[in-house]
Design a protein around this ligand. Structure first.
Ligand code: PHE
Length: 466
């Protein structure tokens, strides 16, 4: 994705695949289910779906249209439209830099699970305490993180975009099929808990789908809204410059309306199905109390599902974690690629040297994050009420704090400085109608700035002072 390879997507399929490769990753499979479980299943689901169709769409359109119209990356895009707005491009750079520090840590966890299944030790992964034992050990998480990060850096170093696209074609549909299969199986589970209560997968499905409004207060609703919104930023890879850069590679004749809807649909479907695969199973094995367990959710509940499947489960577990490793890799490559491309631009350095330096810096930062579960262990309560360690704190800063701020500024910029017409023209540049234009204009001018301002304040915790 060097500057000279501009417009490298041959058609809309190339763009959709690359963007979906960046969008579909651990955000969908690991992050979405644990947030949904924490925030009351069905309620979170409805809020998320409503947000995707309105806010998610608006943000995706904005990023991609800015990229295609300015034909440049995020660093320069804003400044090239209005000189004194170039600061916004520079802030967007912070987000991938922060995400990179912990993304490869999670990539390492997934890799570890894949190796566990490949070596036939899948049964161990289903034992209680396996995951905590692993992440709190000193060497293993660092080792697996470094392996994952090396793969990422190697791909960026070589600049092999095409290979990744070819990969995505096989991995994405395969992953989808597996998730559906495991999800359906999870619905057939039955388990009698220590309290003698029999819980079934179908009851778990109700927990996932039916919204529970009991004890819902306004501030709790705001928390859920912030969680859903930060998930949306993360999952769609918006408001961090990546989609602006991808947009700059898209040809003028591509119908953005259709391509963006496809990306939106695919990303959301994978997340929804991942929830279907994980939440009923958590309910069956751990009851409603198990729902709040946060980042460890996928790593403790899925191995139990595979265990329940018998010998077949061990093979499925292996294939599953292998595919998730690939999905995570395509995302982490897109993050490191952005960092590398930006730095090449700032320092006028070549790809090879830049990617090596970025790789080394990311490795150093990620080691610290890994050690956040032992040497640097601390526990704090975030403004959204979750108990957080170092990794969760970084996640919070990038997704719940910085991204609402960047979106707020972007919406003010597009809605009030440049005017939404500028985006609309780009959406129709291929000769197709911008079908959600009215909604877009209304969202970007009025709704988004207001909601983003509220969410940004909520993320700082000021509301809890009142
Ligand atoms: N969207 C990716 C996911 O869902 C993560 C990601 C974040 C990718 C930021 C690129 C940039 O896992």
């Amino acid at each position: 994705m060097e500057t000279k390879k501009k417009s490298s997507f041959t058609g809309s399929l190339g763009f959709v695949l690359a963007a979906a490769g960046s969008a579909v990753g651990v955000g969908n499979i690991w992050r979405f289910p644990y947030l949904a479980a924490k925030d009351g299943g069905g309620l979170f689901l409805i809020v998320y779906l409503a947000l995707i169709l309105t806010f998610g769409f608006t943000l995706l359109v904005t990023d991609v249209a800015i990229g295609r119209r300015t034909k440049t990356n995020a660093l320069h895009a804003f400044g090239s439209i209005r000189k004194n707005w170039s600061f916004l491009g520079h802030i967007t750079f912070l987000v991938p830099a922060i995400i990179m520090t912990y993304y490869s840590v999670i990539g390492g966890w997934i890799l570890k699970y894949m190796v566990t299944y490949v070596t036939g030790a899948g049964h161990q992964a289903a034992q209680d305490g396996y995951f905590t034992g692993f992440i709190s050990s000193k060497a293993a998480p660092v080792f697996f993180m470094l392996v994952f990060l090396s793969f990422t850096a190697f791909i960026v170093y070589r600049g092999v975009e095409k290979g990744i696209e070819r990969f995505s074609r096989i991995v994405m549909p395969g992953l989808l099929l597996l998730i559906i299969g495991i999800g359906l199986y999870a619905l057939t589970l039955r388990f009698e808990g220590a309290d003698g209560q029999l819980r079934t997968g179908l009851q778990g499905l109700r927990v996932y789908l039916v919204p529970d409004f009991t004890g819902l207060t306004f501030s709790r609703f705001l928390q859920i809204l912030l969680d859903a919104m930060s998930q949306l930023f993360f999952s769609l890879s918006v408001s961090m410059g990546i989609m602006i850069t991808y947009g700059s590679y898209v040809k003028k004749d591509v119908n953005l309306n259709r391509s963006l809807s496809q990306i939106e649909l695919f990303d959301t479907t994978v997340a929804f199905l991942a929830g279907l695969m994980i939440i009923p199973a958590v309910y069956v094995f751990f009851g409603t109390e198990g729902m709040a367990s946060g980042p460890s959710l996928m790593f403790v509940s899925l191995p139990k599902v595979f265990e329940a499947m018998g010998p077949m489960g061990q093979i499925l577990g292996m294939v599953f974690f292998l595919m998730v490793v690939f999905a995570a890799l395509t995302s982490s490559v897109s993050i490191m690629e952005t960092l590398t491309a930006n730095c090449m631009d700032i320092f006028h350095s070549d790809r090879k040297k830049t990617s090596l330096v970025i790789g080394a810096l990311s490795a150093a930062a990620s080691v610290i994050i890994c050690l956040g579960y032992n040497v640097f262990y601390f526990e704090m309560t975030l403004p959204n009420g979750t108990a957080a360690q170092l990794l969760d704190l970084m996640d919070y800063v990038s997704n719940s704090f910085l991204m609402p701020f960047i979106s707020l500024m972007t919406c003010i910029f597009v809605g009030w400085v440049v005017g939404p017409k500028w985006i609309g023209e780009e959406m129709e540049a291929s000769g197709h109608t911008f079908s959600r234009k009215k909604m877009y204009n209304f969202m970007i001018k009025y709704v988004m700035p207001l909601v983003m301002a509220v969410l940004f304040l909520q993320s700082t915790g000021v509301f809890s002072l009142f």
